[in-house]
Design a binder for this molecule. Structure first.
Ligand SMILES: NC(=O)c1ccc[n+]([C@@H]2O[C@H](COP(=O)([O-])OP(=O)(O)OC[C@H]3O[C@@H](n4cnc5c(N)ncnc54)[C@H](OP(=O)(O)O)[C@@H]3O)[C@@H](O)[C@H]2O)c1
Length: 185
């Protein structure tokens, strides 16, 4: 509750649109969710969600939750497609959101991505972000470079074919840039 008050003060706002539990610290996340539900019921947070939750974390959350998370923000890119979490979230109507969607710049030389990019006259980053959108995953690429920020938003004038989507879906290597949520202390 105190962390929320501090965030609100720092943001200089009266309410927040969306607030997430950053990691599923196993001794704490159920109590944290109870506090977030209270803030949601008070109307000072309009939507509450989670981040880095695997299926078993979500199932444990459900045993005590009154409000379902609207979002699960997880590491998600062509080398980490998280099919089990995605299938579960789709079934439970929890919106998936991709962090490090560009694998922090480590996918731009991949031949599958570059060939598709050339075919559409788009950049590798744009192809990856379009793949997110067509997989119904909200994507939050980060850039400090104005031209890249513009390019990353310019992904609504082309479509990846079913075959191109399949090719990218098959690139999975279960390769993380960040921590595995099961090992997060
Ligand atoms: N929930 C969580 O636990 C969690 C964990 C990690 C990250 N996140 C969030 O996820 C968001 C993105 O993650 P991220 O920054 O780790 O990785 P990312 O978005 O996959 O990659 C960022 C890197 O890609 C470069 N880049 C961006 N757009 C590009 C483009 N069009 N062409 C070439 N290079 C491009 C950026 O360079 P420049 O900036 O130099 O342009 C930067 O080096 C951030 O908002 C972060 O806070 C959340």
């Amino acid at each position: 509750m105190r962390a929320f008050e501090r965030s609100l003060e720092r943001l200089n706002q009266e309410y927040l649109d969306l607030y997430l539990i950053h990691w599923p610290v196993k001794e704490h996340f159920q109590d944290t969710w109870k506090a977030m539900e209270r803030l949601y019921e008070e109307g000072v947070i309009k939507s509450i969600g989670v981040s880095n939750f695997h299926v078993h974390h979500l199932q444990k959350l459900f045993t005590k939750a009154n409000v379902k998370p609207v979002i699960n923000q997880i590491e998600y890119h062509p080398h980490l497609t998280q099919q089990e979490v995605k299938t579960f979230c789709d079934k439970e109507d929890i919106q998936m959101e991709a962090w490090s969607p560009l694998k922090r710049g480590r996918l731009f030389e991949d031949p599958t991505i570059t060939q598709i990019a050339e075919r559409h006259g788009k950049s590798p980053a744009q192809v990856i972000l379009r793949w997110d959108v067509q997989n119904h995953v909200i994507t939050i690429p980060k850039s400090v470079t104005p031209s890249r920020i513009r390019d990353n938003a310019d992904i609504f004038d082309f479509n990846l074919s079913e075959d191109e989507m399949d090719q990218i879906n098959r690139m999975n290597q279960n390769d993380r840039t960040g921590m595995n949520p099961n090992e997060f202390d």
